[in-house]
Design a protein around this ligand. Structure first.
Ligand code: SF4
Length: 429
């Protein structure tokens, strides 16, 4: 390893910036369409669950932007027109029904064939209010020129039902009863947790006078009289955000991230979710020729499972085309889009094994990449490895010679890993 490259590892942030600024030609352009667009309307949630991976509650302690404002919704609608996603999911970290006006706007105007709304359903506590809200939801989506397929999925598990402001069983029952007259226009389903002692879904089926049948390990169906069925998809418990406090007690009682996602790998240990449609109703990810993007409540945009934390951009400053150009300007994103997030785990395993183990233990694919790349030293090292991998495989070609590139090419992957280990010291191992 040369001393020039060694000193680069001492200043990882500027090292990464220098690598990102190198003139490159890539053999493939960013795609011109989206795949799955996730919209988080707000971080606020009044249920305040103990397991919330977003640590959502009713407060704004940080003073940061906590909800998408009207201007963001307008920009999101344009972003959707430009990106033509196959599916939109409007969900938390936060409760989307707290932003009912924005929700109705999206339902009425978003050009998309398939829209899903994820909710805790605590707004369904009173029967008349529930009916009124469902009527508004139904009429907004029926005015949408794209005539989207619309599904509401309500979270039901013991954490929601015993939260600081618990969602009572009665709210789920109300929701089902209020939904029945709208079922030709709105689908309804539930989301549960894979936890042996969680009987919440069974309690709902009993309260509705229905039965439950299993489709597979992650899917059940509640059957009601009159041939009415409600799909229930089960997910793993995630130990991130407030959920990290539950890890010790519950880690061995839920499936691991790797076990849960194994059916969605397109080859062994290659999980490519950033170019897929998540049809959680069937617990499937479908490969798609676009990019899956998340819009967060603060207006920030990132490619799902493929963006370093310092590479987010904002809907107020980037159109769809500009955001893709920005994301694809990072070799890390390019590699993660083709190789998936486990590539990052493998790359970092010899360098920072405890960090990788901790990130995997969190059991959350959404935050895996950001957790692994939150340290600037790691991010600098991975940028170098990713760029080297792209050049070696002919997917990137330097447009000019540069001393850093020459030295990067002269070093082996093992050299770079060794250098990163030395630069990081023992603290991340
Ligand atoms: S309902 Fe969802 S968003 Fe709200 S606190 Fe619970 S887990 Fe978090």
């Amino acid at each position: 390893m040369t001393s020039a490259l060694t000193s680069c590892f001492d200043t990882p942030r500027s090292f990464r910036m220098a690598l990102l600024a190198l003139p490159m030609s890539y053999t493939y352009e960013p795609p011109n369409r989206g795949a799955h667009f996730y919209v988080h309307l707000t971080r606020i949630c009044d249920v305040v669950c103990d397991h919330c991976m977003y640590s959502s509650d009713g407060s704004n302690t940080s003073g940061a932007r906590m909800r998408l404002e009207d201007v963001d919704i307008e920009l999101a609608l344009q972003y959707i027109i430009d990106s033509t996603p196959a599916k939109i999911t409007i969900s938390g970290g936060g409760e989307p029904f707290l932003e009912l006006d924005s929700l109705l706007q999206l339902l009425q105007k978003a050009h998309c064939p398939y829209i899903e709304i994820d909710t805790a359903a605590n707004w369904a506590g009173a029967s008349e209010v529930t009916k009124r809200i469902l009527k508004q939801i139904c009429s907004a989506s029926r005015r949408n020129p794209s005539s989207p397929r619309l599904i509401i999925r309500a979270s039901i598990d013991k954490f929601h039902m015993t939260a600081f402001n618990p969602v009572p069983l009665e709210a789920y029952v109300n929701l089902v009863h209020a939904w029945l007259p709208f079922r030709d226009h709105i689908e309804l389903g539930f989301r549960g947790l894979i936890l042996e002692d969680d009987r919440s879904v069974e309690a709902l089926a009993d309260a509705l006078g229905g039965g439950i049948s299993s489709r597979d390990s992650c899917n059940k169906v509640i059957s009601l009289p009159g041939h009415v069925t409600l799909p229930v998809t089960f997910n793993v418990l995630r130990f991130t955000g407030k959920g990290s406090q539950l890890q010790k007690k519950l880690a061995d009682r839920t499936l691991s991230l790797q076990q849960y996602f194994a059916p969605f790998e397109d080859s062994p240990e290659r999980l490519v979710l950033s170019r897929a449609i998540n049809d959680a109703v069937k617990a499937k990810y479908y490969p798609y020729d676009g990019v899956s993007i998340t819009l967060d409540y603060d207006g920030s945009l990132h490619v799902f499972t493929a963006t370093a934390p310092d590479r987010r951009c904002n809907i107020r400053t980037h159109t769809f085309a500009e955001s893709l150009k920005w994301f694809y300007g990072d070799p890390i994103t390019r590699v993660l889009l083709s190789e998936g997030p486990y590539w990052l785990c493998e790359t970092l395993q010899p360098v920072a094994p405890s960090l990788v183990a901790d990130a995997l233990r969190r059991n959350d694919v959404c935050s895996l990449v950001e957790t692994l790349l939150s340290d600037a030293r790691i991010c600098g090292f991975v940028t170098a490895i990713a760029l080297k991998a792209l050049i070696n495989s002919g997917l990137a070609n330097p447009l000019t010679r540069h001393v850093i590139l020459d030295q990067l090419q002269a070093a082996s992957f093992a050299d770079l890993q060794l250098e990163a280990i030395q630069a990081l010291g023992r603290d991340l191992q």
